[in-house]
Design a protein around this ligand. Structure first.
Ligand SMILES: [Fe+2]
Length: 201
């Protein structure tokens, strides 16, 4: 069974009022994410060792394997974008549930400190990549960043609760080169903290 592009959990204009316009979502989901899925399926078709494997298994087995770098990039990007669509909300974006707020304050000192750390990770990711809020193996919330198609599942840095795409395709139409403003708006108005809390369990 080939990998599939999941439908967006909202319409392509659902985040326009929150500074992620319809064209951004149409291209990002319908073209960029679709291209990762198509490329991944092409690699799986040609490589029997990948056939029948889950997306997570393909990510783990191709991580840090130079021969499988293109497989890793596309499998990682498929996984990352599946999470990214869920990590945004057109109705609850930016609202932090009490239980998550307590955990953020406990592990970062304040919500503002968490946001600063997340923004710094996203801004500090040279070139393309992702900023993450993860539940680290020690039980603490941490912020991390990964280049290109990598993610915390591959690196073992923890369970991803939120992931923000800082590839230019994710913000250039709405923010041009202003990645810090995109990240600030994403954290304040778009991030789905209910989803993050649900991942926390
Ligand atoms: Fe993307």
């Amino acid at each position: 069974m080939a990998f599939q592009l999941p439908p967006l959990p909202y319409s392509t204009n659902a985040l326009a009022a929150r500074q992620m316009c319809q064209e951004t979502l149409e291209l990002h989901h319908g073209k960029h994410h679709q291209a990762y899925v198509t490329a991944l399926n092409g690699f799986v078709e040609k490589n029997p060792a990948l056939q029948g494997k889950s997306l997570e298994d393909i990510i783990k087995l191709s991580y840090n394997n130079p021969d499988l770098a293109p497989v890793f990039n596309n499998a990682g990007q498929h996984w990352n974008h599946i999470l990214f669509w869920q990590a945004m909300s057109p109705t609850e974006g930016g609202k932090i549930p009490g239980r998550l707020e307590q955990k953020l304050v406990s592990d970062f000192g304040s919500v503002a400190a968490f946001k600063e750390a997340f923004k710094a990770a996203g801004v500090g990711q040279f070139g393309s990549g992702w900023a993450w809020l993860v539940l680290a193996p020690d039980g603490k919330l941490k912020v991390t960043k990964t280049p290109n198609g990598s993610n915390p599942l591959a690196t073992g840095e923890g369970k991803a609760l939120l992931g923000c795409d800082v590839w230019e395709h994710s913000y250039y139409l709405d923010f041009r080169n202003r990645r810090p403003d995109y990240l600030q708006n994403w954290l304040d108005n778009i991030a789905n903290y209910e989803f993050a809390l649900a991942q926390l369990g």
